[in-house]
Design a protein around this ligand. Structure first.
Ligand SMILES: *Cc1c(COP(=O)(O)O)cnc(C)c1O
Length: 219
């Protein structure tokens, strides 16, 4: 894998209004630095411990995005530095993020994860639950957390029409929300296998890992 070539390819290819989140989970710091040296500043991880270790050693102008499922008891570790949490799925989690952000004297931006895939395994909430969170008194009182958009993951399938209809559904939920909540500006959808469809459907942020850094090995 030529990581810096891949970064340049995506930067050229993606429309100007679509941000690239380079998903560096499981990859060593040298690989992240190669992306950094090619100009990439937004990196995404799915484990808080791993992201925190990388944040401690790598340049401080990297924007760290947490894209994985978040356990409440680990929010405190990333609260000093995380720049966007993509997969918020409860008011309880937002409360914890707000509390830890306040302790660090910062505001943390979040996305609500909407479940759009068929599979049971994917996390997320439905649009009604998301609406309840956004319109709750509890959320309105939170001063150190800001929901700035939505995130979703399509079903893992070769059926492009299914993927397209799931992304279109998320885009329509997003548009409906924006009538009431113009502060929602980000729509995080699209990964290595389906980012082109996601961009066509209105994504503002794609999360691309393996086609930049190569296949992941888990042990
Ligand atoms: C790993 C991961 C990605 C990137 O997946 P690739 O298929 O390697 O591009 C995107 N989003 C989330 C939430 C992930 O966990």
């Amino acid at each position: 894998m030529d990581i810096s070539e891949n970064i340049k390819k995506y930067k050229d290819e993606l429309p100007e209004n679509v941000r690239l989140v380079a998903i560096s989970k499981t990859k060593p710091n040298e690989d992240l630095m190669e992306a950094y040296n090619a100009g990439q500043r937004i990196l995404g991880e799915n484990k808080i411990q791993e992201m925190t270790d990388k944040w401690e050693t790598l340049p401080k102008d990297i924007e760290w995005h947490m894209v994985g499922h978040v356990q409440r008891n680990k929010v405190k570790y990333m609260a000093p530095f995380v720049s966007l949490i993509h997969a918020v799925d409860s008011l309880k989690l937002l409360k914890e993020i707000n509390k830890r952000a306040k302790q660090n004297d910062r505001t943390i931006n979040c996305l609500l994860q909407i479940k759009i895939a068929e599979e049971d395994s994917k996390f997320g909430i439905d649009s009604e639950e998301a609406k309840e969170i956004l319109e709750s008194e509890a959320y309105k009182k939170m001063e150190n957390v800001k929901v700035i958009g939505l995130m979703g993951m399509a079903t893992f399938t070769d059926d492009e029409e299914q993927v397209r209809s799931e992304f279109k559904h998320l885009k329509s939920v997003f548009d409906k929300f924006r009538d009431q909540h113009p502060e929602l500006t980000e729509l995080s959808m699209g990964m290595s296998g389906d980012y082109q469809i996601a961009v066509e459907c209105g994504s503002t942020m794609v999360r691309i890992g393996s086609s930049i850094f190569g296949a992941r090995k888990y042990n």
